[in-house]
Design a protein around this ligand. Structure first.
Ligand code: GLN
Length: 531
């Protein structure tokens, strides 16, 4: 649905050079946060050159956590950054992978949709990419597009050509090209080397794009002369080159952008007259850097230990909740494969996040058992809820309770968690889980209904298995009650241990909806309970 507006949407394209993984996503999101704080309706999209169709089957060790949009698309974790910085809900249009474009083109070709024409990268792929960009931008004043990888990668060329062509579609003045480059510090000669960045800019020019802004990522703050040198070589104004050194918190990046001359470039592009209202960001930054009097420790019982990217929404939700609760948080990684009672005893609270596959599952069950027995605050997310129910059922008399995902079955009478009826046979296929927003009804008087302050909540999901309600008596005997279900009552969505200080688990992924400026209520209450 097109938003009522007379102005042409403006587009900001963010590309990368030299190296990938140096913060293009954070740069794009920070620009977005500033524009939003100026009152614009901003949307943001990632175009990734992978031949995968979506991120659902990608390995979290290599690619980090899989983010899920409200409308059920499995995407790259950058969309999580976008949602956190822009405090908006991305949609299935916000993520475009090359594989999906090729799939659409090939399906159209196979069904005769091209009427005998040759199907080519240019114009068919590039047109389709532009259509996807346009579609994702329909309701916004400003639409930001981040192109994954670096300019010059074979697989990304289609997108680079598409964004170049896009200027013909909407007018060059409605497009702002931002190139993010890495400038390495060479320790032996003690100098910053701009050559790779110059070459990266030359590559971009070779594809017909002269950027309007260049962002130089460095390890440490660089002298202005570096920016001036890069500006001279790339044929753009000095004020259009910004140095973004590594800093402690990504949430301070918007402040660095604001302090620099590029804000003038942005204002000239958008026509903005007023300064952004960053007061909430400032408050968040002040609280975050404050010396809190107390430090609490949360044990994250994980399979990919120490790999923050694999659980980034969970750690971000915990950190935001700690900040707004005015306390220091230490996240202690507990290896689910080796977890023992001493590990659980050494922390103030336990989080068992989502996961797939049998590895480390016993450690997660032990974590829930320990929390139930020792009244240790516990927050279970998706698999963390399933394992909490397994732990309770074991306590309630089903000695070998488990999930069908890990070998339990109907015949053995131990499938506390079983596969959803409509998921049978789809176990290894992409895009087929129960994905995205689903509502849950919360039991009146329950802990969760008080936390949410509501009888009905909507959270995002990504799972195939569910609680087998046949075992509710055993689960209850083990100390856990169901406190929220799908509106038809068929699916367990929330459980809790009523006598505990804090023991709440959900089939959903509330961490996906937590924002730095609006920490999620479940995380807020969990952190509060650590005191
Ligand atoms: N593996 C479990 C399922 O598919 C839990 C999924 C998750 O934690 N996201 O139901």
């Amino acid at each position: 649905m097109k938003k009522q507006k007379t102005d042409q949407t403006k587009y900001i394209f963010v590309t990368g050079g030299v190296l990938s993984g140096v913060g293009k996503g954070i740069t794009a999101a920070s620009i977005g946060a500033i524009l939003k704080a100026q009152g614009y309706k901003v949307s943001i999209q990632k175009c990734d050159p992978y031949l995968n169709v979506d991120a659902g089957l990608l390995n979290p060790v290599e690619h980090g956590e899989c983010f899920v949009t409200h409308d059920g698309k499995e995407t790259d974790l950058d969309l999580g950054h976008y949602e956190r910085f822009l405090d908006f809900e991305a949609s299935k249009y916000s993520s475009v992978l090359s594989g999906a474009l090729y799939q659409e083109l090939i399906e159209k070709e196979r069904s005769g949709g091209f009427h005998g024409k040759t199907v080519q990268l240019v114009p068919h792929y590039t047109d389709l990419a532009q259509e996807k960009i346009e579609k994702a931008s329909l309701e916004s004043d400003i639409h930001i597009v981040e192109i994954g990888g670096t300019v010059g990668d074979y697989e990304g060329l289609g997108f680079i050509e598409a964004i170049r062509l896009f200027a013909n579609r909407v007018g060059r003045r409605n497009c702002l090209y931002v190139h993010v480059v890495y400038v390495p510090w060479i320790n032996t000669s003690k100098e910053l080397k701009t050559k790779p960045a110059q070459n990266a800019l030359k590559d971009l020019r070779g594809f017909g794009i002269i950027p309007d802004m260049v962002v130089c990522r460095t390890e440490r703050p660089a002298p202005r002369s570096m920016c001036e040198k890069i500006a001279a070589f790339s044929g753009i104004e000095g004020r259009a080159v910004l140095n973004l050194p590594d800093i402690n918190s990504v949430y301070d990046v918007p402040f660095n952008v604001l302090k620099s001359g590029v804000i003038e470039i942005l204002n000239e592009f958008t026509g903005a007259k007023k300064a952004p209202d960053m007061s909430r960001w400032e408050e968040f930054s002040r609280l975050r850097s404050k010396e809190h009097s107390k430090t609490f420790t949360v044990g994250l019982v994980a399979k990919y230990v120490g790999n923050e990217d694999a659980y980034i929404c969970v750690t971000e939700a915990l950190k935001a909740a700690a900040t707004w609760n005015d306390l220091n948080l230490e996240i202690k990684w507990i290896n689910a494969e080796e977890a023992a009672d001493e590990d659980f005893a050494s922390v103030d609270g336990i989080v068992v996040p989502g996961g797939f596959g049998v590895r480390g599952v016993e450690g997660k069950i032990k974590a829930a058992e320990y929390a139930l027995e020792h009244d240790k605050p516990y927050l279970g997310l998706c698999l963390g809820m399933q394992m909490a129910c397994v732990a309770a059922a074991r306590r309630g008399g089903v000695a070998n309770a488990n999930s069908e995902e890990f070998g339990a079955n109907e015949a053995d009478g131990n499938n506390i968690i079983y596969i959803m009826e409509n998921q049978k046979g789809k176990e290894s296929t992409g895009g087929t889980m129960r994905l995205g927003d689903y509502p849950a009804q919360l039991k009146p008087g329950s802990r969760v209904s008080k936390i949410y302050g509501s009888k009905e909540v909507v959270e995002r999901h990504r799972h195939r298995y569910e609680v087998n309600q046949k075992f509710i008596p055993e689960i209850e005997k083990g100390g856990i009650v169901v406190s929220g279900t799908s509106p038809d009552g068929k699916l367990v969505e929330f459980v809790e241990a009523p006598k505990h200080k804090f023991f709440v688990a959900t089939q959903a992924h509330p961490e996906l909806k937590s924002r730095p400026l609006h920490a999620h209520p479940l995380f807020m209450e969990f952190i509060k309970s650590l005191r």
